[in-house]
Design a protein around this ligand. Sequence first.
Ligand SMILES: Cc1ncc(COP(=O)(O)O)c(C=O)c1O
Length: 469
Amino acid sequence: MLRKLSRKLANMPQKEIQENLNNTKELLDSISKYFESLSSINVKPTKSPVPLPKDLPIIPIPFNQILNTIETSIYPNNLHWLHPMFFGYFPASTSWPSIQGSLVSKALSSVAFTTSSCPISTEIEKLVSNWLGQMLNLPNQFIYGKGEGGGLTYGSASEAVLTAMACARLKKNTVNPVAYTSNQSHFSIIKAAKVLGIPIRLIPGDRDNNGNYPLDPKKLVKQIEDDKEKGFTPIFICGCVGTTNVGAIDDLETIGKIAEKEDSWFHIDAAYAGSFAILPELRHILNGVELATTFNMNSSKMLLCGFDCSNMWIKDSSLLTNHLTQNADYMKKSNVIDYKDWQIPLGRNVKGLPLWMVIQQFGVEGIQKYLRNHIEAGKLMEKLVDEDKRLEIIARRSFGLVGFRVKGENELTDGVIQRLAENQEIFLLGSKSDGRSFIRFSPGSNPPDLSNVRKAFEIVKGYLDELTN
Ligand SMILES: Cc1ncc(COP(=O)(O)O)c(C=O)c1O
């Protein structure tokens, strides 16, 4: 089919089509070799990469030359997110099925803004949103065909929250809107408020026994009362499941009820941790999701889709379409789903394809295994830290994420963090919580190998020995 398509579009002779196919196969081989090489190279970019050729190509460059540039300049000059020694940030786990899905999406080259512009996109989006919704045991209101809502793959959690907050603002149409989120939440929520010109209150979390900082609902209520007295209208409240720094999990049920009472949009940001609700033993982290107006999680982080893939569900799609619908004479009107009315941009590719491929090729069981592996990596790091009397946990393991530090002042922890930054073999970052420095360990994406967790701990321990002797 693709052969016919390319011949028709580019009027390409058979010989050239064959050449392109061969080149693409060679590229796939090269990618496969890159993946295989990861365990034998440093996680950080080489210090002196071969520079990219800078001259503007006036005539076509031979493919083997381009492939050579990819292999000598692009791969080596990458921070290798898929490397077994990558423990900084949350993973951007990718997989062959996801790459295959992206390839198909690129090959279709459809701009999937309306059902008529790309009927298959609507079908795939509905299917993967319902599959994933079923895996997460989401309430019927979020499931196409069962309630008024459904789901859509966005590019990122930032885009999802911006869209949700914009609609919350348009829905309330008040001159004095105000939004709320925990002071642990990701800055994308703060950025959305900033872009939309909405003041946002960062509600402090109370440190619990796990060193976690869930939003304190009492402080939220107090802030809302103060704001209302000053003439503000609460339009948007965000609850977080698995915050970036310490993995805090908010009490969604209580916050959801507060939002309901205030007739405020209730958004849940579960960009990292949402996927873990696929595990029956962890589904409880989403208790209260039935109160959400929108619920978002990134399948790019823990669901093997790689960036960009972020799924958001809305309980009633008219909350988006009432505000985002635009029509034009040059566009065929449709009375079925038009995803241009569910998002701010007009165009989108067939974004659900990577997840569609992943779910089919891993199955729910394969995905659950992957998630449990990630948790095991976190458990091991937590255990190793607990066994070393010089160290303390600052944030107990939340899924895979563990925050730990050297007991006492920040100096030793900072010393370890600085040495880690200089080490080319490991990517592990420091952070701060309540003014205390800590090492933020997040198991990598591919594969979360336990021997590498031990290796990471040995490196940290080695630096600590060096600093204390
Ligand atoms: C908890 C949380 N929310 C939101 C985001 C923003 O994600 P995105 O890059 O998809 O906008 C992140 C990014 O890591 C995150 O950790």
